[in-house]
Design a protein around this ligand. Structure first.
Ligand SMILES: Nc1ncnc2c1ncn2[C@@H]1O[C@H](COP(=O)(O)OP(=O)(O)OP(=O)(O)O)[C@@H](O)[C@H]1O
Length: 877
């Protein structure tokens, strides 16, 4: 039994020992694990502490760097803000009140921003607010702090009258803006009473509608765009100030709806509101707000509003603005009529017509007129000084800037005294000319023949065009140009100022002129020849009215202030327009077609010259300068173009013609090739003889015999003799004796000055020799150029009462009246001729149907007092 007990005890003790060992081992393991964990935790803690310290240091560093960067960025932003403020709010828009004064910006320049205070930031850069053409403002602060300043700046940066204010202030009845009161009498400020709100809002809405419809007219999105593109501002800015301490709480639904419409659509039309109210309620893309401490434009920056401007500054400025506005609008500007862009010069085609602005309409838009198939011709009228010439300048400027010289050719005549169109031709001081101008006639009041010459020239051109059109099967210029693209077919505009002078006189000149005008007016339309007739004279225009068929062609009418009978009988618009305005009417003057334009000052050389210079520099290489005919200028023989060819030809004077021509006497070897100068004007007779002789001498070998019994003419005769190297003869009988039966190998000119002073004393033989010389001399190459002081004396020398004039083919009459010339003229009763200084009537039976008027050359420069030979090189013929 003991055995099993022992065995049990041993087993138990063994198990216990094993269990003890196991427990010991376990404890030791646990202790080791705990120690490890403790160590790990300690280390982790240590590492965490280090990391925290590192991170804290890094955080510190980064924060410092960021703070530095922010400070730098803020400083540079503020500096930039200050610079931008100067740029966007220059002059009166941003200057401090201490040295503030109005600084109006130029036309077409968009208004900038307006300073209202400063940003609460280092350096205190200005705080700016938009208004004109940019925004409406909601004012959520004391209006007395914001309004006087911002309104004064708006007024001071725009032309007088271009900002119109309406103030609704039921609480204070305008008291907060009392300083602006001087604007009221000029109509630039109105205070609306407590019951006037609805009307005021309706009126603003109506303005927006009207401007959209008639001013922007679908062409521009806003007045700002119109101003930037055209340089013009046709409408004022309308600024409505709506003050109400209760905001819009007491307003009717309709009033609020109208306000909302204005806030939505007003800015594009220059209609702005500054409204007291809640910025949270009055919103929109064009709406900005200002509170006592900030604005919707300045983000988080606090704003301190400026103090209001001194009251005296406000009233003084407003008074000046009102005075300048009352003095009238600035005149329209010539530059507005020209294409805005230089690249647009000469880019228009005249194939279908010529369209160009002539002035500014009531809406500020340019008013264009057209010359083409309809209307083809224009009639311009207005009393003296009304501005016809100026209007013509303006129109010519607008046309010539758009159309190149291949598209438009101008012929310009001015029948009144003065040199109005002379500026378009090369001058002594200004070598430029207007490249479109082919002909300028000035001071031609006594030379109506020059007007006639122009009309004849245009008739010839009309024929040439009609023939070309026929060849190309075209019925009008536009088709001809299409069919003949290589041809040069500019539209021609002939402008005749004071045209009635041409029609005065009921003589041959006026009869022919009217006939030509009628023809040109009727047929010119389709051939691109347009007439512009201007007149100050009612009678002259009435002379035209007597020819209804002619007047009916002049469907474009331009009436200057107080012009009579230019428009239709019942159309009195010209009586009502102010100075420098015109009524333009493209429908023969019927009232419904009236358009009133403000005409810019184009007379001023400072406005005109730069344009002419620009066009002149751009002229094509083959552009000839215009022919200038100045009726007051005596042409010099040295400028006359000699004639080439084998037949000696004497130049007698300048013809009154479109081309600079000379009256010529061909000295062929045939009967009658002599010349009689008739009249008592010594100087002119001497000049004619001298120019005839010198021009023949320039052409080749010739002989000259000179006889001058008149002491007054003698110095001139001597001078000529010296110049020609010719012999002066002292006895007419001797001259006639020497030449009797003589033959000459070279042309031989016998120059007889005041011959009738000597011919009366000739004996019968000498008289017969004289007649024989005249009759048979030319066949022997001896041509007599004689000066008789009256027709009877010439007749006496030719045989008295029964005299035959067939030995004198050509005569040049000075102060001899038409009827006295009857014996020499094919026109019964003599040609119509009223003598006038420096003009002669020349007739050569061999070539003329009608006599022509000539201007005897001045020969002073072509004759030499010292006997040197012919001055000046002969010109090529
Ligand atoms: N639109 C204008 N703006 C400014 N000045 C103008 C304007 N129109 C004319 N003038 C000035 O008025 C004066 C008279 O003008 P202009 O010579 O054109 O008149 P007119 O009708 O041709 O007169 P007249 O027939 O007597 O020559 C000129 O000094 C001219 O500079």
């Amino acid at each position: 039994m003991a055995g099993w007990r022992t065995v049990l005890a041993d087993t138990v003790s063994r198990d216990l020992a094993t269990a003890r060992d196991a427990a010991r081992a376990l404890r030791e393991h646990a202790q080791a694990t705990a120690a490890y964990a403790t160590e790990t935790a300690r280390r982790t803690l240590e590492a965490g502490r280090d990391e925290q310290a590192r991170l804290a240091a890094e955080h510190r560093d980064r924060t410092t760097a960021l703070e530095d960067q922010t400070a730098q960025a803020t400083a540079s932003t503020l500096a930039r803000l200050a610079a931008l403020a100067k740029e966007y709010a220059p002059g009166a828009a941003g200057d401090a009140w201490a040295d503030w004064h109005p600084t109006t910006h130029g036309r077409g320049v968009a208004p900038g921003l307006l300073r209202i205070g400063v940003l609460d930031a280092p350096g205190e850069p200005p705080a700016l607010a938009p208004l004109l053409d940019r925004a409406h403002l909601v004012c959520a602060t004391d209006p007395g702090a914001l309004l006087p300043g911002i309104l004064l700046r708006a007024l001071g940066t725009t032309p007088p009258g271009s900002v119109q204010l309406t103030v609704y202030d039921p609480e204070r009845l305008g008291g907060s803006l009392a300083g602006l009161a001087p604007l009221a009498p000029a109509g630039l400020l109105s205070f609306v009473g407590p019951n006037g709100l609805s009307d005021m809002l309706d009126e603003l809405v109506e303005q927006i509608r009207r401007i959209n419809e008639t001013v922007l007219a679908g062409e521009y999105h806003s007045l700002l765009e119109l101003a930037e593109k055209t340089g013009r501002r046709p409408e004022p800015w309308r600024v409505a100030v709506l003050l109400d301490d209760n905001g819009q709480d007491d307003w009717t639904a309709k009033q609020r709806a109208q306000l909302a419409r204005i806030l939505r659509t007003g800015v594009a039309c220059g209609v702005h509101v500054i409204v007291q109210g809640d910025p949270g309620e009055l919103t929109g893309p064009d709406v900005e707000s200002v509170t006592a401490t900030g604005t919707s434009m300045t983000a988080d920056f606090a704003v301190r509003l400026d103090p209001p401007p001194p009251a005296t500054l406000v009233t003084g400025t407003c008074r000046t603005i009102a005075e300048r506005f009352a003095a009238g609008p600035d005149p329209a500007v010539f530059g507005d009529l020209l294409p805005a862009d230089d690249g647009e010069l000469w880019t228009h085609s005249s194939a279908a017509g010529l369209t160009a602005p002539i002035g500014e309409g009531a809406e500020g838009r340019l008013i264009e007129v057209t010359l083409g198939d309809n209307p083809p011709h224009a009639l311009i009228g207005g009393p003296s000084g009304a501005g016809k010439t100026n209007l013509l300048y303006a129109w010519i400027g607008a046309l010539t800037a758009r159309y190149g010289p291949d598209e438009l050719a101008l012929y310009l005549l001015d029948f009144k005294e003065g040199v109005s169109f002379a500026r378009f031709a090369r001058g002594r001081r200004d070598p430029s000319w207007l490249p479109h101008v082919r002909l300028v006639g000035v001071n031609i009041n006594d030379d109506r023949e020059f007007g006639l010459a122009l009309l004849r020239h245009l008739r010839d051109e009309l024929r040439r065009r009609a023939e070309a059109a026929k060849r190309h099967e075209a019925t009008k210029l536009e088709e001809l140009r299409h069919q003949d693209p290589g041809g040069r077919w500019p539209r021609i505009v002939a402008i005749i100022d004071e045209f009635q002078v041409l029609l005065d006189g009921r003589d041959q000149v006026s009869n022919e002129a009217v006939g030509l005008l009628e023809d040109l007016a009727r047929r010119g339309r389709s051939q691109g020849i347009h007439l512009v007739l201007a007149s100050q004279d009612v009678a002259g225009i009435e002379a035209l009215w007597g020819r209804p068929a002619l007047v009916a062609q002049f469907t474009l009418r331009v009436a200057l202030p107080k012009a009579r009978r230019i428009l239709a009988e019942t159309n009195t618009a010209a009586d009502e327009i102010p100075r420098y305005h015109a009524v333009v009417n493209s429908d023969s003057g019927v009232t419904s077609a009236n358009r009133v334009v403000r005409v810019p000052d184009a007379s001023n050389r400072s406005a005109w010259d730069p344009l002419q210079q620009r066009l002149w520099r751009q002229r094509p290489a083959d552009n000839d300068e215009p022919r200038l005919f100045d009726g007051d200028h005596v042409p010099s023989l040295t400028d006359a173009v000699d004639v080439g060819g084998t037949v000696p030809t004497a130049l007698l004077g300048q013809t009154i013609d479109v081309s600079t021509g000379s009256a010529r006497l061909r000295l062929t070897r045939t009967v009658g090739r002599n010349l009689a100068i008739l009249g008592t004007r010594t100087q002119e007779a001497c000049d004619i003889l001298a120019s005839a002789a010198i021009s023949v001498a320039r052409q080749g070998e010739a002989r000259f015999t000179i006889f001058c019994p008149d002491p007054d003419a003698r110095p001139a005769a001597d001078r000529l003799a010296l110049t020609l190297g010719a012999e002066m003869r002292e006895s007419l009988a001797e001259v006639l004796g020497d030449l009797s039966g003589a033959e000459s190998g070279v042309p031989h000119l016998v120059l007889l000055y005041a011959v009738d002073a000597a011919s009366g004393g000739l004996d019968a033989l000498a008289k017969e020799r004289f007649r024989q010389l005249l009759l048979t001399g030319p066949e022997r190459r001896i041509h007599t150029l004689g000066w008789w002081r009256s027709v009877p004396r010439l007749r006496e020398d030719l045989g008295g009462f029964a005299a035959r004039f067939d030995s004198i083919d050509a005569w040049l009459a000075l102060d001899v009246h038409g009827p006295e010339l009857a014996p020499l003229s094919p026109i019964p009763g003599g040609p119509p001729w009223y003598p006038r200084p420096r003009r002669g009537l020349f007739f050569d039976r061999a070539v003329h149907r009608h006599p022509e008027v000539v201007i005897p050359y001045d020969t002073a420069a072509a004759t030499s007092p010292h006997g040197s030979m012919l001055l000046g090189e002969p010109h090529a013929g």
